[in-house]
Structure formats: C-alpha cells, structure tokens
Design a protein around this ligand. Structure first.
Ligand SMILES: [Zn+2]
Ligand SMILES: [Zn+2]
Length: 246
C-alpha cells in the first residue's frame, strides 16, 4: 500500500473513529472499502469490538455468506486455496482430532446416518458416469484388484490347469530370499504372479509363478514377463525335474 489519499491520514497517521486517537497507519487494518485503504477504527478498537461481539459478528458473517453470492464465492476460493496450501497439516490435524474425539465422531455418525446415506445415494445417482469411468480405469490399472477383476481372476484360476500350494509358494519365496524378482525389494508380503497370466492361457502350476511385490505385480498386469530368466539354470533344472515327474 504505497499511496494513501484519505483525508484523515496526515503524515502517515489516521484518527480512529472509535477512540478518536491519532495513530500511525500500521495500527489500522487494511480495508478495501475505504478510500485510503485503511479501516476507520484502529486495530485495538477492532479487536476489542470483536472480542465483545463474537456471536453477533458470526451471525452477520453467516447472513452475508447466505445473501451475498460474490462474498460467498470469494470466501470459498479463499478457503479452497487455504486448504490446498495446508493440506498435509489439515489431514494430520483432522486425524488427531478424530482420534481424540472418538465419541463425538461416533455420535455424529449415528445422528447423521440417514443424511449420510441419502447423500451417498444422491452422489451415486448424479455421478454414475464418473464412478463407472473410475471403476473402469481402476480395473484397467489393477486387473486383479477390483471386485469384478477378483471374480474373473478366481474363475480363471479355478478353470486353469494345475494349482500351486501355499507351501510351494513359500518355498519359492524362500528360494529367492523373499525378494521381489522385479525390483529386488525384500518384503514379507510377496504376491504370486503368473509369468504367463491365466487370462493368456497360463497354468496355475508353481513353475508359472514368480514372487513379486505388490506394486511390481500391479505394474506387470497381464503382460508376459519372466523375471526368473537371469536365474535361468535354476529354473530350467526345476522345470526339467517337474517334467520328469509327470
Ligand atoms: Zn481506536
Ligand atoms: Zn517389486
């Protein structure tokens, strides 16, 4: 705020309309509605007034919000910006608050049960296409992880030749030192990936299985990639052993 044209501001001061004292400009809040850009009352008087009229001010703000579309939009934009800028803090804060106020959260949920259900129903009805699109995208990205995907996957697994056992898979994980064969990450939660996916006619025997971490498995999807290749000798031996048995 460089130029001030207010009549009351002389040599960088202004007279407060409430306490009538002359004060320097930085003791006034800025106010776009005033010709000189500063509030008519000094900060101290404003604060004093605010403290003593909290409920009244809140009511006025609420009324203004309800009646003034321009103000509403400005407020919403401001809030949106603020939320985006403070997103991480907000999440932490909200989580903590919910943790500390479990009874309140529960009571609120109980009290707004019908409302929430109604809201969800409305959302589903008005966003059908968006929801469908999201589901399809998700299904494309993680074929096994969606409900439809899981069902299809189970059906294919049931229809496929063979079926490896949990023991076989655990032995395989141990053989590869519990590392994902794609990224090499060591994890106790490896997934059994079909080298040749069931959907592409692969079978469900253990020699069509390689341990992958969740994200590598997702990324591989239904491609045919054999991450065991570098350990080819070993794999070959195993395959031969299996063939000999059959
Ligand atoms: Zn004052
Ligand atoms: Zn991985």
């Amino acid at each position: 705020m460089a130029e001030k044209s207010g009549k009351q501001s002389e040599a960088g001061t202004k007279r407060c309309s409430r306490c009538h004292e002359y004060k320097s400009l930085d003791e006034f809040y800025s106010n776009r509605a005033q010709p000189d850009g500063y509030d008519n009352q000094c900060k101290k008087c404003r604060q004093h007034y605010r403290e003593n009229n909290r409920e009244h001010i809140r009511a006025l703000q609420r009324q203004r919000y309800a009646e003034n579309a321009e103000y509403r939009q400005r407020k919403r934009q401001y809030l949106k910006k603020w939320r985006t800028a403070h997103r991480d803090e907000m999440i932490v804060y909200l989580r903590q608050w919910q943790e500390d106020n479990k009874d309140k959260v529960l009571a609120w949920r109980q009290e707004h049960k019908e409302e929430t259900r109604e809201k969800n129903r409305n959302y589903h009805n008005t966003h059908k296409e968006a929801i469908q699109a999201r589901k399809r995208a998700n299904h494309r990205k993680y074929p096994h992880k969606t409900r439809v995907g899981t069902r299809h996957y189970r059906a294919r697994k049931a229809a496929a030749r063979g079926s490896f056992t949990e023991d076989e898979f655990q032995a395989l994980c141990q053989h590869y030192e519990h590392r994902c064969l794609s990224c090499g990450k060591e994890t106790g939660r490896l997934e059994a990936d079909h080298v040749i996916p069931l959907v592409k006619g692969g079978d469900d025997f253990i020699d069509n299985i390689q341990p992958l971490c969740k994200s590598c498995n997702c990324r591989k999807g239904t491609q045919i990639i054999d991450y065991r290749v570098p350990k080819n000798n070993d794999g070959q031996q195993k395959k031969e052993a299996k063939n000999a048995k059959e």
